[in-house]
Design a protein around this ligand. Structure first.
Ligand SMILES: Nc1ncnc2c1ncn2[C@@H]1O[C@H](COP(=O)(O)OP(=O)(O)OP(=O)(O)O)[C@@H](O)[C@H]1O
Ligand SMILES: [Mg+2]
Length: 376
């Protein structure tokens, strides 16, 4: 049965809740040629919003050619260049004039085109010998895009990945090339807040303050509740206000988790949806995810695990080294807790957000948080 609550790739704007403000800013920036950095916690909806923007550009016929590239899986400059070439190839229609010119450009690089065995999308394999050739190709590629008769939006997802490349000065090199472009607008996106802020806000770094920032917060409770109610109703299910509120509170309005719970509830629904049904769906999710949670424990030290349990029980914690908090959960001394916090943030298990100048910590995985709360 068709389920309107998706927790995978973006589908349509009807299934995408709100983000009107952010979308407006992104559209304005794209049209005016202002580069933007989009930062938010994991799984809050960054990639979804980029797709929403691309959808808007297409459906409104905005004079922009959007190109999306996810560099999460890239490990080197060479990978980056390949990912970018592939993204360009897949974004421009083969038979269009840009497409023909691009084909000519790519042929000059003697590529091997292969096909992804699962999705059948074409992929470009380039043999780029050495850093110089990679740099040249990258310059060529971006200059090619810049010289087209259409403005281009290049959205690079998981941008902080460039920090993992073994090559030195990738940021400086990229920045140098990008600075010369007039027709390509960039949207940089990433979930590692520290790194993204350092890349774009670190005074000594090449990209320092070269972009506008957009941060994504959680969706508004009322707006999300309305969205949920509407989609249940459209499917013929009447959902109690209490039940919708329960979903949003239990998942802390963390988009991916809210979507997943809604999806599960929708699958179980018969006519009326109440809090009892929501609780049943939530329990089922925790039961099925508990396999993964057990794995986490194996990968962490006892101190890290205990710390996660403590934060899960509190929901969120602002002063991780307060005496009261340390004592309540037997967490040891402040310096070891500081180390634990750093490593858990680094592992993306702990989210560090800032409210009123103070950091607030919570578990990135809401389901893990709920499970720890229940089991320990
Ligand atoms: N506004 C929204 N309305 C409905 N569903 C959404 C919305 N935003 C995101 N989603 C869905 O929530 C899930 C997580 O969103 P998405 O993958 O965009 O997050 P992300 O911030 O890019 O995560 P990650 O940090 O893991 O890359 C996706 O399945 C997406 O389709
Ligand atoms: Mg993403």
């Amino acid at each position: 049965m068709y389920n309107p609550f998706i927790f995978r790739a973006y589908q349509t704007k009807e299934l995408f809740c709100d983000r009107q403000e952010e979308l407006k800013i992104l559209v304005t920036n794209t049209l005016s040629g202002a580069d933007t950095t989009l930062i938010a916690q994991r799984r809050i909806g960054k990639t979804g919003l980029i797709y929403r923007l691309i959808d808007e550009i297409r459906s409104e016929n905005l004079p922009i050619l959007p190109i999306y590239v996810d560099i999460f899986a890239t490990r080197s400059l060479e990978d980056f260049v390949k990912a970018l070439s592939t993204a360009v190839m897949n974004a421009i229609p083969e038979k269009s004039s840009i497409g023909k010119r691009f084909a000519k450009f790519i042929r000059s690089l003697r590529p091997l085109i292969t096909y992804d065995p699962l999705t059948s999308t074409p992929q470009i394999q380039l043999t780029l010998r050495g850093e110089d050739e990679q740099k040249q190709t990258l310059t060529g590629l971006l200059t090619f895009l810049d010289s087209q008769d259409k403005k281009i939006l290049l959205a690079i997802d998981e941008f902080q990945q460039i920090r993992e490349y073994p090559e030195k000065n990738v940021e400086a090199m990229l920045r140098t090339i990008i600075q010369t472009l007039n027709n390509v607008t960039f949207l940089y996106c990433g979930s590692k807040r520290h790194m993204m802020l350092d890349i774009f806000g670190g005074e000594r770094n090449p990209f320092y303050r070269s972009t506008a920032f957009v941060t994504l917060q959680k969706l508004d409770h009322m707006v999300y509740a309305e969205f949920i109610t509407k989609h249940f109703l459209d499917g013929g299910f009447n959902i109690d206000d209490d039940a919708a509120d329960y979903i949003l509170n239990w998942t802390r309005r963390h988009t991916y988790f809210t979507q997943r719970l809604c999806h599960a509830v929708y699958n179980m629904a018969h006519g009326k949806v109440d809090v009892a049904l929501v609780k049943q769906a939530a329990a089922q999710i925790l039961q099925s995810d508990s396999v993964v949670f057990g794995q986490y424990q194996q990968l962490l030290t006892a101190g890290q695990w205990n710390f996660l349990i403590a934060v899960a029980k509190e929901g969120e914690v602002s002063q991780t080294t307060s005496r009261q908090f340390l004592r309540k959960y037997h967490l040891g001394n402040p310096s070891s807790v500081n180390r634990i916090v750093t490593s858990l943030v680094e592992k993306n298990l702990l989210d560090e957000s800032v409210e009123g100048g103070k950091p607030i910590y919570s578990l990135n995985d809401v389901f893990l948080s709920r499970w720890l709360e229940e089991v320990y």
